[in-house]
Design a protein around this ligand. Structure first.
Ligand SMILES: Nc1ncnc2c1ncn2[C@@H]1O[C@H](COP(=O)(O)OP(=O)(O)O)[C@@H](O)[C@H]1O
Ligand SMILES: [Mg+2]
Length: 144
């Protein structure tokens, strides 16, 4: 499910981060927040975006076998400005998506709030996963 990209790249208002560890996750979080601020997002919306990126990146670190990619893109259409986030990996996949989307459900003994929290913080949310193939989460936070 993951396109090949060996390095973190920045092309205009599209950022791509290869996430392998918590330092990568922190970088992605910080840059997401900066992108939101550059695009005139208020502090609360920028914080939502940063939190979403952090949760999805941590899932790549802790649940995908070899990390994954986070792509962040500013949608500049005047009518509906938003920032899109896509997290992809070719890790083990999720057996039961309905369970994974429940608060407090974790196979890692952690809080189990990352995915349901991400759904609540975003205006668009989609998750697909296939066992042995990988997981893709796409979501978007609107400017207002
Ligand atoms: N990228 C992923 N690949 C495989 N499993 C995942 C991935 N993201 C989430 N999961 C599964 O969904 C569960 C819930 O995720 P989440 O809500 O973020 O809670 P937590 O990370 O605290 O376990 C995880 O425990 C894990 O089993
Ligand atoms: Mg998590």
């Amino acid at each position: 499910m993951r396109e090949e990209a060996d390095e973190t790249t920045r092309e205009g208002e599209r950022l791509t981060f290869r996430i392998r560890d918590e330092i990568d996750a922190a970088d992605a979080r910080r840059e997401a927040r900066r992108l939101a601020e550059r695009h005139g997002f208020g502090a609360v919306r920028a914080y939502c975006l940063a939190t979403v990126v952090s949760e999805l990146a941590h899932n790549l670190v802790f649940h995908a076998s070899d990390g994954g990619l986070i792509r962040i893109r500013a949608r500049t259409e005047e009518s509906a400005p938003a920032i899109e986030v896509e997290a992809t990996d070719d890790g083990p996949g999720i057996r039961d998506l309905a369970l994974a989307m429940q608060d407090g459900w974790s196979t890692a003994g952690s809080l189990g709030c990352g995915l349901p929290g991400t759904r609540r913080l975003t205006d668009e949310f989609e998750i697909t996963s296939a066992l042995g193939v990988g997981t893709r989460v796409t979501c978007a936070v609107r400017k207002q």
